[in-house]
Design a protein around this ligand. Structure first.
Ligand code: AHR
Length: 517
């Protein structure tokens, strides 16, 4: 009610005093923080055997002229190390339910060659398999998230995979791992029991899938202190019935249920160009991106009904933008460019995830390299960091930080069939005595004057505040191979520390990261 009154006053003031620059107050409600930690896994990645995500992206093989360490592409590896990737999901996606892990172990020359039927029928030589993935996770310092095959596999196959990876016994399967060069078992916590069981993962009903989950979970065992965290294949965005049935039938036998939500404009026909779009198309995409919030709220409401103690987590293990592939590329390889629009979709989505971390414990953007809303794109030996990469880099300070609620008034800057677009998105957290605030102004035309205030943080001096900005000349600017990056973070100075707080001039279409010591 109060904020409506504020908005009407603001509108009248702007109408009758055209020279007046409106100021929006952002209040960090640090006095109401309750120790809620933003799980680092909200910044999870997803890697699938799809297009050039693995081959040419993460992995080039030991004999490649492209600089590599044991076959891992060095430029990509170093860029990912910088992001502090907390968790990586593999091997799919749809590919997971066609994947038979035994194809990807042992001498590379003997590994099975298969057709990647989900993704363009490309020949898959399995040269990147279990050892290559788990060793990469160790080198990156991230948790592996194995997505198991339920659609075309068997409980025995998945059970043996878990044993192969995690058992220290002298069983035949564990000895096979040793014979393949790995003495000690790996630590594998996250285990997906299938992927998109309602679609490419078997076209199942939730009732049937729930029973399968219970069956598979019986045989996937914890070996020598490795505790598996079992993840059910969840709903496709607003399929609330899927969540309802799984919560009722699986309940706390699962550790988490994973919903998928894409910023895709349609599932039939053209999804629109990644780089060539109108302002209206931009706002439409943003409308779809922020509509994840009511979607999450509804899934949580259902989960609360069956699990009031929040024992089952909600994951968003696939999210991000999905545009038409770049002209001239294989339609089955989902290679798309990434503009300032994608960066804004990323920041507003992460802001939303932060608010629901009572239930949401992981999110995995799709995908890490060369597929959909990637962090990184490669072409031959060239690499670019996308605008989305820079958002993840700017936001990494929130990993494992204490969530601080924020309050601010927003107006709707646009609306579309996909939903309304708010004029502002803000998130804040605190770690090691530093408060980090990220502010997104999605408005394409108008800058905003903002006053950042807080309850109890005390007096701040100018030297205590530093800021960076991610913005672009045009919303469809992107970083191209062999050219100077058009979208990259820069130091930001357009703020003033006053007795009231920090006054910030946020330009149109910008993401500002502020650190207060
Ligand atoms: O990320 C691309 C695909 O989207 C995944 O393989 C699948 O799970 C989803 O439909």
């Amino acid at each position: 009610m109060k904020s409506h009154y504020y908005l009407i006053t603001l509108a009248l003031a702007l109408t009758f005093c055209p020279g007046l620059q409106a100021q929006t107050t952002i209040r960090i409600k640090d006095s109401e923080a309750n120790g809620q930690i933003i799980p680092k896994e909200i910044y999870g990645q997803f890697s699938e055997h799809l297009g050039s995500c693995i081959y040419g992206g993460l992995w080039v093989g030991k004999d490649s002229p492209i600089p590599n360490k044991d076959g891992y592409r060095l430029d990509v590896f170093n860029a990912l190390k910088e992001l502090q990737v907390p968790v990586m999901r593999w091997p799919g996606g749809c590919f997971a339910d066609d994947y038979h892990w035994m194809d990807g172990i042992g001498p590379v020359k003997d590994r099975a060659k298969i057709s990647n039927n989900n993704w363009g029928g490309t020949l898959e030589d399995n040269s990147f398999g279990t050892h290559e993935f788990l060793n990469l996770c160790e080198m990156l310092g991230c948790e592996p998230y194995i997505s198991g095959n339920v659609g075309s596999g068997t409980p025995e196959e998945l059970a043996k995979w878990v044993e192969y990876m995690t058992s220290s016994s002298h069983s035949t399967v564990a000895e096979m791992r040793r014979a393949n060069g790995r003495e000690e078992p790996w630590k594998v916590k996250f285990l997906g029991i299938g992927n998109e069981a309602w679609g490419c993962g078997g076209n199942m009903t939730p009732e049937y899938y729930s029973n399968l989950f219970r069956r598979y979970t019986t045989y996937t065992r914890d070996y020598n202190g490795n505790r598996l965290y079992k993840i059910a294949s969840g709903a496709s965005d607003t399929d609330y019935n899927w969540t309802e049935v799984c919560m009722k039938n699986i309940g706390t036998q699962m550790d988490a249920i994973a919903v998928h939500y894409y910023t895709a404009m349609t599932w039939s026909g053209s999804k629109g160009s990644a780089t060539n779009f109108t302002d209206q198309e931009y706002y439409r995409a943003l409308g779809r991106a922020v509509a994840i919030e009511p979607c999450i709220q509804k899934h949580i409401e259902i989960m609360d009904k069956y699990d009031p103690q929040s024992r089952v987590d909600l994951l968003v293990d696939e999210w991000g933008t999905w545009w038409d592939v770049e002209p001239g590329t294989d339609p089955g390889h989902l290679f798309q460019q990434n503009t300032m629009r994608d960066a804004i979709v990323a920041s507003v989505s992460l802001d939303i995830f932060h608010k629901y971390t009572r239930r949401i414990k992981m999110a995995n953007i799709a995908q890490v390299v060369n597929v959909l809303q990637s962090m990184i794109l490669t072409k031959g030996d060239q690499m670019v960091l996308t605008p989305t990469y820079h958002v993840f880099e700017m936001y990494k300070v929130h990993q494992g930080a204490e969530f601080l609620p924020v309050e601010y008034a927003t107006t709707q800057i646009a609306t579309s069939d996909k939903g309304p677009v708010p004029s502002l998105s803000v998130t804040a957290s605190r770690k090691d005595g530093v408060v980090n605030v990220d502010i997104t102004n999605p408005d394409l035309k108008n800058g905003q004057t903002l006053l950042l205030t807080w309850d109890n943080l005390g007096k701040v001096k100018k030297g205590d505040v530093s800021a960076r900005i991610l913005t672009a000349d045009k919303i469809n600017d992107y970083n191209d191979f062999g050219k100077k990056a058009k979208v990259a973070p820069e130091s930001f100075k357009d703020f003033k520390v006053t007795d009231e707080g920090i006054e910030i001039k946020a330009p149109a279409m910008s993401i500002i990261a502020i650190a207060i010591k």
